[in-house]
Each structure stands twice: as structure tokens, then as C-alpha cells.
Design a protein around this ligand. Sequence first.
Ligand SMILES: NC(=O)c1ccc[n+]([C@@H]2O[C@H](COP(=O)([O-])OP(=O)(O)OC[C@H]3O[C@@H](n4cnc5c(N)ncnc54)[C@H](O)[C@@H]3O)[C@@H](O)[C@H]2O)c1
Length: 264
Amino acid sequence: MHLQEGFSGKTIVVTGGASGIGEACVKLLRARGAQVLVVDCDLDKAAAVAEDPALAHQVDVSQADQVNALAERIAASGVEVDGLVNCAGIVQSPLPPDVLDVDTYRQVIGIDLEGTYFCCAAFGAAMARRGRGAIVNIASVAGMRSMPLHAYSPAKAAVINLTECLAAEWGRSGVRVNAISPGYTVTAALQSQIDQGLRDPEKLKQNSALGTLIRPDDIARPVAFLLSDEAAMITGINLPVDAGWLVAGSWSTFGGVRPASAAG
Ligand SMILES: NC(=O)c1ccc[n+]([C@@H]2O[C@H](COP(=O)([O-])OP(=O)(O)OC[C@H]3O[C@@H](n4cnc5c(N)ncnc54)[C@H](O)[C@@H]3O)[C@@H](O)[C@H]2O)c1
């Protein structure tokens, strides 16, 4: 899939495509010519984003039988899936272990980690049998640093490792598997955390080198790059798209990054 030529003739599945980063991926990949199948637990929103309701599918990615049934339905309809973007995910509140309940813990692991694995297994195995395909898993900078998110952070760290495992598994079969780790991206999920007072947008900005929050489109463009043949020799990587949060966060010990140099 060449970036310049776009994704014409290609079919790409986007999980969590009804909202946020997934929605931005759906719109960008469609604008570049792909037929995009929008997979989400919220069918109404998925259908609205898909434009054609036939391209929207209601699936809970944490349920392997639902994921496998979808992959079989798509294959039976004669559609071959060329690309997969795993965006379906949930966040959690920053709670200490004695407050974080087991059901929430299992739900986060079940959707963010197991759901990503189930989708990779169902669609990636079919790609491997055909000898071509590309997968992008949306992890998080939370999977690369310690945070008070004792289910979410380990789940995302595992997604990064899973990406490496599957890249090695399917490399000889022509399937590339990469991850993107977004920093703080203004979506409904983050906005709700901000609205509840669980995240302070000013602090998030202060702690990034570029001094800005990220927009869903800023994630969708690198996703499209990793799906395309422009990235033909890239597999098994985790690409942070974080406005420099990973490099600037530790500067808070020294009062934060310096302000912009005066112009001229
Ligand atoms: N927004 C951020 O700052 C940020 C940062 C790093 C990583 N991420 C990751 O990016 C991905 C997308 O996040 P977002 O901010 O766009 O969130 P969002 O809530 O806007 O979108 C997530 C989508 O996933 C769907 N979904 C949730 N559970 C599902 C399930 N069990 N089965 C199928 N669909 C399900 C939701 O219905 C929703 O449409 C998530 O994996 C999230 O962890 C987000």
C-alpha cells in the first residue's frame, strides 16, 4: 500500500472505529481510498462513522467468539482484509490497588490486551495465510512508563510486547505488525477524564516537549504510514506519537522544560 497511491482497493478493519482515534483513522483511511470496516461495541455510532451501515459491525473485542465470528463472516462474504487497526480500548481511573476492584481490572485487561490479541489472531492469521497484510496496535505511553493505572499501564505494556511477538511470528508470511503509543490525545475518553477532574490539561501540556495536546488526526496519519508500503521494512516497532511527553516529563524535577527561545 503506497502512501501516495492511497489505499484504493484495500480493505481495512478499524476496531474502536466509532469514536476518537479510531474514528480519525476510519476517516483518513477512507479519504485515502480504503474500504474501511468499522468494528465497535456501539453499533449506532459505528454506523454513523461508517456512512454505509453495511460497513459497521457490532462486536465486543474482549469476546473471542464474537471476534472470530466476525472474521469468518467477512471472509465468507469474499472480502479479504488487508489491514487491521486495533483502537478499541477503555481507560481507568487512577486508583490504588486496594481500591481498584477486580472486575474493573479484568475488564481493562480483557478489552485492551485480550481484545487486541483476539483481533490480531483472527485477522492476522488470515493475512498470514494469504502472505500479506499490516496491523497497527494502538498502545500508549502509559505502557512505557510507571503510572497509577495498575490495569491500563500493564495492559498497554503487554500490547507493545505482543506486537513484537506477532511481528516475529508472521514476518516470513508477509504480515507486518507495529504499535503506536499515543500521548495525551483529545478524544471523548480523555475529555471525560478532564471533566471529572482526573487529568489537568495544563499539566499535560506543560509536561510535553512541544507544549501541546495531541489531536486524533495526529495519530491517524502515522497509523496510515505504518499500514502503507512506505513502511514496508518496518515491523515490530512501537512508535510513540506523544508530542515529546516521554522526553520532557522527567524535566519536571528541574521545574519543567524551558520556554521557547525569543524570536530573532
Ligand atoms: N486518548 C488518549 O489520550 C489515548 C492515549 C493513549 C492511548 N489511547 C488509546 O487509543 C485507543 C482509542 O482511545 P480513544 O481515546 O480514541 O477512546 P474513545 O473512547 O474515544 O474510543 C474508543 C472506542 O472503543 C470502543 N470500545 C470500547 N470497548 C470496546 C469493546 N469491548 N469492543 C469494541 N469496541 C469497544 C468504544 O465504543 C469507542 O468507540 C484506546 O486503545 C486507548 O487506550 C488513547
